[in-house]
Design a protein around this ligand. Structure first.
Ligand code: NCD
Ligand code: ZN
Length: 343
């Protein structure tokens, strides 16, 4: 069995930098035409000038035969200026500003401490129609890790949506039924990305038989009822929901230790794994909309014209891939993947 799709894009990707980036970027470039590249480097990408230099480094690391367009983002800080937003928009290479609540996840210590302080720059972003990409989890230590997304909706997303009805927003990597319901109920330009790990797994995968650090990402995997709601949303054919892998490579030793980093590496087989989810839900006919159409429509970009073909044929990815001078362990390492990219 084969399926052919308009080439998909990845609307949420971590590529890292330097040698590490050079060793993973081909996985994304083989599958996706474009990707929204996250800015959480050290130091974070906070200006168009930095984004432009990072973009050049990515383009220079691509294998000869691939065409891949990195769509850049800026990292929102309390100090982002109006001028920088205008420069970013005019550059044509920056497609959004990423909001990380300070301390929410990997490399987010430079993030935002108080969303209300951002109101003046959000006004400018609304006027410029520059999307706000949101890591929607509160960092309040009083709030249980598993509830941080739904509390963020109540405390921050509802007010943000009310106060900035015309600001395009992406609710990144949604993980709960509450998020699905919120996105559906919203009017205006609100998109939501869904990762493949949140469709394939629930928290049992991370905790059954021992702690399995390669399933640990943020927002954390939730219980099965949420997984079911996410599968239903992704396969619904509703255009709010589109593909964003959040593939987030870390060196093996930084995952397999007493205080492991958050992030799952899925770029090696991303579209193949999504195909698996859609097939299991008997919704392969909905994959193209989710993977290839609704993202560009949201970002006001042309849909891709090339196609890719996947064939149903089992294969096993290696235990690890080279990652700079380290190794990265892919999600589901050792498991069989049923779909293969036809090269
Ligand atoms: C991401 C990373 O490693 O950069 N980790 C993750 O678990 N998703 C950061 C992020 O997007 O939260
Ligand atoms: Zn991410």
């Amino acid at each position: 069995m084969q399926i052919t799709l308009i080439q998909p894009d990845d609307w949420h990707l971590h590529l890292r930098d330097d040698d590490a980036m050079a060793s993973v970027v081909a996985h994304s470039a083989e599958r996706f035409a474009r990707a929204i590249v996250m800015p959480n480097l050290r130091p974070p990408i906070t200006t168009t000038q930095m984004a432009s230099a990072y973009r050049e480094r990515i383009l220079n690391a691509l294998p000869e035969s691939t065409t891949f367009t990195p769509l850049m983002t800026l990292y929102m800080t309390d100090r982002l200026s109006h001028d920088e937003i205008v420069t970013a928009k005019q550059s044509g290479i920056v497609k959004g500003v990423k909001l990380y609540p300070a301390g929410a996840t990997t490399n987010s210590d430079a993030g935002v401490t108080d969303i209300r302080k951002l109101y003046p720059v959000l006004e400018t972003m609304q006027r410029e129609k520059l999307p706000l990409l949101i890591h929607a989890e509160v960092t309040d230590p009083q709030v249980d890790i598993f509830d941080r997304e739904q509390v963020f909706i109540d405390r921050h997303l509802i007010p943000l949506k009310q106060d900035f009805p015309d600001l395009p927003m992406v609710f990144e990597h949604i993980t709960t039924k509450q998020a699905v319901d919120f996105v559906r109920a919203c009017e205006g330009r609100l998109g939501a990305t869904i990762t493949v790990q949140h469709l394939l797994y629930n928290r049992n995968a991370m905790l059954q038989g021992g702690i399995r650090p390669h399933y640990y990402c943020l927002p954390i995997l939730k219980r099965e009822t949420h997984q079911t709601a996410l599968i239903e949303a992704a396969t619904s054919g509703e255009p709010h929901f589109f593909l964003g892998t959040d593939s987030a490579p870390h060196p093996q030793h930084a995952k397999e230790c007493a205080c492991g980093c958050a992030g799952c590496y899925t770029a090696h087989a991303a579209i193949e794994l999504y195909a698996e989810v859609f097939e299991q839900a008997d919704a392969l006919d909905k994959l193209e909309g989710f993977a290839s159409l609704f993202g560009p429509d949201f970002y006001d970009l042309p849909r891709n014209s090339k196609t890719i073909t996947l064939q149903k044929m089992a294969w096993q990815p290696p235990e690890s891939y080279q990652f700079g001078k380290d190794k990265v362990v892919p999600l589901g390492s050792g498991e069989t993947i049923n779909w293969q990219l036809v090269r």
